[in-house]
Design a protein around this ligand. Structure first.
Ligand code: GUN
Length: 288
C-alpha cells in the first residue's frame, strides 16, 4: 500500500483561507478587528523566528498584531505589568508570551497572570482544566493542529490504539487528552518507559513529540500506522529534521508527516483560530 505524505502546508493554507473569510465577515458585522499581542523576552533566535512568523500570519488573515520585544533583563514584575495592561486592552483579544522565558522569570506565574479569556495558547490552568473535562474554548495549538490534520485526511481515532511519545505540558499531555476525547485508546510514553519499541509497535496512530532527532525508526512502527512527527531538530549540517527517521518509517506507515511541512504550519494556524474565537466571544459579551 502506498504511503500518504500528510501535507501540512496545504491543510494550513486551506484553513487560513477559511479564517481570512470569517475574519472579513466578522469585521464587517461587528467593526471589531481580532487582535493578538505576542510578547518576546530576550533574544533566543528560534523564538525570534516563531514570533516573526506569528506576526506575518496575523497580517495575512486581517488581524491586528502587536509584538512586544523586551530585553532579557526584563524583571518578572515588569512583564506582569505589561500582561495586566494587555488584559485590560480592548483592542487585544489574544495574548501569547513566547516560551521559554529567561530563567529569572517564573513561567507559571506569568501564565497564571494572563486573562484565561485571552489565553490563546491554552496554557492557563483554567483552560488546561477545560481540556481535561472536554469543556474548552481554546485548544493548545500544536495538539489541535495534529487533530486537524487527522480529520482532514479522514483518520478517525475512535477505537484505535494511539501512542503519544513525550509528556510535555505543551504537546504530549494535551495531545493524549484530545485523542482520548475522540475515543482512541491512548498510551503515553516518556523517558522512563521500558521497551519503548514494544509500545510504539502497538500504535495505529503514533504521535512523537520528544525533541530527539530521528529517534523513532521503521522497526518501531506497526505496518500501516499513521505517524505524526511533532519534532523539529536542527542537525549539525543545518538541516531540519523531526523525531521520526522519515526514510526508514516511510515504507512501513500508511500516512506520515514530513519535517518541515507537516505539523509545523498547523501550529500557527490553530493560534489564528483561537484568536478569532477569542474576538468572537469578546464581541458577544462586550461587558466582560
Ligand atoms: N514556545 C514553543 N512553542 C510555543 C507555543 O506553542 N507557545 C508559546 N507561547 N511559546 C512556545
Amino acid at each position: 500500500m502506498a504511503t500518504t505524505i500528510i501535507d501540512g502546508r496545504a491543510v494550513a493554507a486551506a484553513v487560513r483561507e477559511r479564517i481570512k473569510k470569517s475574519t472579513e465577515e466578522f469585521i464587517n458585522r461587528t467593526g471589531i478587528t481580532p487582535g493578538l499581542a505576542v510578547v518576546l523576552v530576550g533574544e533566543d533566535p528560534a523564538s525570534q523566528v516563531y514570533v516573526r512568523n506569528k506576526h506575518r500570519a496575523c497580517g495575512e488573515v486581517g488581524f491586528l498584531s502587536r509584538v512586544y520585544t523586551l530585553p532579557a533583563s526584563t524583571t518578572e514584575d515588569e512583564l506582569l505589568a505589561l500582561i495586566a495592561e494587555l488584559n485590560a486592552d480592548r483592542e487585544i483579544h489574544g495574548i501569547l508570551v513566547q516560551l521559554p522565558l529567561p530563567k529569572h522569570i517564573s513561567e507559571s506565574r506569568v501564565i497564571l497572570a494572563i486573562d484565561p479569556k485571552k489565553d490563546v495558547d491554552a496554557f492557563h490552568p483554567q483552560n488546561v482544566g477545560g481540556i481535561m473535562t472536554g469543556d474548552y474554548k481554546f485548544v493548545p495549538c500544536t495538539p489541535a493542529g495534529v487533530m486537524e490534520l487527522l480529520a482532514h485526511y479522514g483518520i478517525d481515532p475512535s477505537g484505535k490504539s494511539a501512542v503519544v511519545v513525550g509528556r510535555s505540558n505543551i504537546v504530549g499531555k494535551p495531545q493524549a487528552l484530545l485523542l482520548l476525547e475522540k475515543n482512541a485508546t491512548v498510551t503515553v510514553c516518556h523517558s522512563r518507559t521500558r521497551d519503548l519499541a514494544a509500545v510504539t509497535r502497538t500504535a495505529d496512530i503514533l504521535v512523537v513529540a520528544v525533541g530527539r532527532a530521528k529517534m523513532i525508526t521503521g522497526d518501531m512502527v506497526k505496518e500501516g500506522a499513521v505517524v505524526i512527527d511533532v519534532g523539529m531538530n536542527r542537525l549539525d549540517d543545518g538541516k531540519l529534521c523531526g523525531d521520526v527517521d522519515f526514510d526508514s518509517v516511510f515504507p512501513v506507515a500508511s500516512h506520515i508527516t514530513p519535517v518541515p511541512g507537516g505539523v509545523g504550519p498547523m501550529t500557527i494556524t490553530m493560534l489564528l483560530c483561537n484568536t478569532l474565537r477569542a474576538a468572537e466571544d469578546a464581541a458577544a459579551k462586550p461587558c466582560h
